[in-house]
Design a protein around this ligand. Sequence first.
Ligand SMILES: [Ca+2]
Ligand SMILES: [Ca+2]
Length: 374
Amino acid sequence: MSNRTLYLLLVLLAAACSAATAPSPAKDSQAPAVVQLPVPPPDEAAAAAPAPDDPLPKPTPAVLWSRSEDLDGDGVAEPVRLVTFERFDATQRVDNGPDNLPIGACVNDRGDACRVILEVGAHRHGFDLEPGYFGDLAIKIIDVDRRDDRKEILLRRRPGGGEDPPYVFAVARYDGKTLAFQELWHGWGYNAGKATINGDGRLVTVYDECPDVVTVAYRLGKAGLTEESRQSVRTRQPQDCAACPVVYVKERDGMGRRGEILRDLRAPALARNQSLALGLPARFVEPRGDGSRVTLELREEKAETTYLDAVTLEVDGVHYAPLGCSGAGRHCLADGVHHVMRQGETLRLTFDTAAWRPGAAVRLWAQGYYVPAP
Ligand SMILES: [Ca+2]
Ligand SMILES: [Ca+2]
C-alpha cells in the first residue's frame, strides 16, 4: 500500500470514527473534537491540499519597444512601452522602412491576429496586428502641436494577410488621466500610406490609390484628431496604373479585402495563370461536414474589363474548382471561353475543399487578363 493510499484510508477511518462516536456538537458553540491525523509526506501534502492562493508563474511579456517621454506635459517623463505575449519573427522586411520594429510577422496558433499592448505608466491599450508576410509595426513619439506641452505616439501597422498592403496609422494620446487610442482612415494602393506632421497642430496622411492620390488632413484638438479635409486628386491616367479585379474573402464579420489578381496582365497577349496567397485562413475557412468551405468574391472596382478564363482555389497543394463548375463553364476551365466582368460587377465563388489543416497554405489562381477602359 502506498503512503498516499494509507493516508487517505486513515483520513476516512478518522472521519468515520468521529461521526460514529461523538454526538455532533452544535457548530460554533463548542470547540470541535481534535482528531490527530497522520501527516502525509510533504509532496503529497501539497497535492492533497493546494493553497488557494498558490501563485502560478505569470508569463512575462516581451518588450518590443520602450522609451521614457513626458507625454502629458507635467514635467515628469512617463515610461512608454509596447509589449506582447505573442511570438514574433524578427526578420525585418526592407520595404517596411527604416523606422519599423524588427517584426517580420507574428507567429501564433490562432493564425488570425497578434495582440500587442501599448503601456503608458499604469495605463494600457491592447490592439491587434494582422500577421503574415507583410505584417509590420512601427512606433514613434511625435509632437503634432509644438505650441502645447504634450506629445503623441504614432503607430503604423500593415495588414499582413494581403499582398503589398497599405500602411495603417493610429495616434495615441495621454493626458495624465487616460490613454486614448485613435485609428485613422486608410486608403488602398500598393504599399500606400504616409503620415506627416510639421508641428502646427495638423497631421496629414497621403494614400496613392493610382490613378488618384487621397490626402486627408486632421487637426489636433481636445477630443483628439478631427478630420479637416479630404481631397482626391487624379495624378495619372487609369491605363498607367496596375489595376485588376480585387479579391475579397467571406470572414466572420463581413467581406475582407485581400488583394488583387491578374495584376499587370493588361492585354490579351499577357493572359496567364496568376495566383494570390490568401493569408490568415483561420478567418475565412469555414468547417463544413468532413471538409471546409471558402467563399470569396472577385470585384471589378476600376475602369477596366476583366476576362476570366478559369479560377481555382489551391489548398495544401490541391486545386479545387468553384461549386457549380463541372468541366466547362466560362470561368471553370482554361479553354479560352471567358467570364467577362465590367466595372461595378462582382463574381461570387464558393469552394468546398478537404478539411483545412492548420498551417496549410491557401492560394487563389486565376487565368485571364484585363483591358483598361479610360
Ligand atoms: Ca508626464
Ligand atoms: Ca505638443
